[in-house]
Design a protein around this ligand. Structure first.
Ligand code: FES
Length: 259
């Protein structure tokens, strides 16, 4: 869900009728996980700060207005949280419906089929039908008049170890955060807004190879869809240089030398 809190002060709250005691600063999502309650999510992860962008993890707190994101809302003593009522289920289905209406429906031939968090979450929230016909989608290229082009945006295959397919991107920001928080490289950003928002690598060529990317693979690990996908690479002959490292892709090398 979200990273563990380090506070020594403990807080007791109630989630779906069960009391749980967790360190102060823990997210409601993580506290729920302590009870074995899984709250649907797309943008949260155990090793990165919560971002609150996907709005799938909404919960209700008795006495408070609205439906806050459980990944970014910290626990508080004595609160009563609901994660699974019919209103929340309806809201989550609506959110997923919007994601799927802006996503290619090629699951059966997609390389992430069976290993895709978007697909898993659509199933988890019980989405069966999408009522919306997208008038625009963020994965289509546009022609000069600004009209949506039936072609998907081209893939960025410039990096030898992984590819980036903007058509599959849900702009959850996990790759950008992994690059910053896990790798500390700051090679990625989100450019544009709405249907034009894209993960962008580098300024001039705007591809992964010309960016500051060090091919560490943190973004590939973080991606919940088939947007960033590992390539199968077969090298023939002697490498130009060799680096001793324990991480699968890394071209930098570090102190953790493999023996
Ligand atoms: Fe909480 Fe995405 S998981 S908003």
């Amino acid at each position: 869900g979200t990273p563990a809190a380090k506070s020594k002060t403990m807080v007791t709250l109630n989630i779906d009728g069960f009391d749980v005691t967790v360190p102060e600063g823990t997210s409601i999502m993580r506290a729920a996980a302590e009870l074995g309650i899984t709250v649907p999510k797309l943008c949260a992860s155990d090793n990165m700060d919560a971002f609150g962008s996907c709005r799938l993890c909404l919960v209700e707190i008795e006495g408070r207005n609205g439906t806050p994101a459980s990944c970014t809302t910290p626990v508080a003593a004595g609160i009563k949280v609901h994660t699974q009522n019919s209103k929340l289920k309806q809201l989550r289905r609506g959110v997923m419906e919007l994601y799927i209406s802006d996503h290619p429906l090629d699951c059966l031939t997609c390389s992430a089929n069976g290993d895709c968090e978007l697909q898993d979450m659509a199933g988890a929230v019980g989405l069966r039908d999408v009522r919306y016909e997208a008038v625009d989608t963020h994965f289509r290229a546009k022609d000069n008049s600004g009209a949506a082009n039936p072609q998907y945006l081209p893939k960025d295959d410039s990096n030898p170890y992984f590819s980036y397919d903007p058509a599959k991107c849900i702009v959850c920001n996990r790759c950008v955060r992994a690059c910053e928080e896990v790798q500390g490289t700051f090679a990625l950003t989100i450019s544009g807004r709405g249907f034009d928002s894209r993960v962008s690598a580098g300024m001039a060529e705007d591809n992964f190879l010309s960016s500051d990317c060090v091919s560490c693979g943190a973004c590939v690990q973080a991606c919940p869809t088939a947007t960033l996908q590992e390539k199968s690479v077969i090298e023939i002959g002697t490498p130009e240089r060799a680096i001793l490292t324990t991480c699968a892709y890394c071209g930098v090398g570090c102190q953790f030398k493999a023996e």
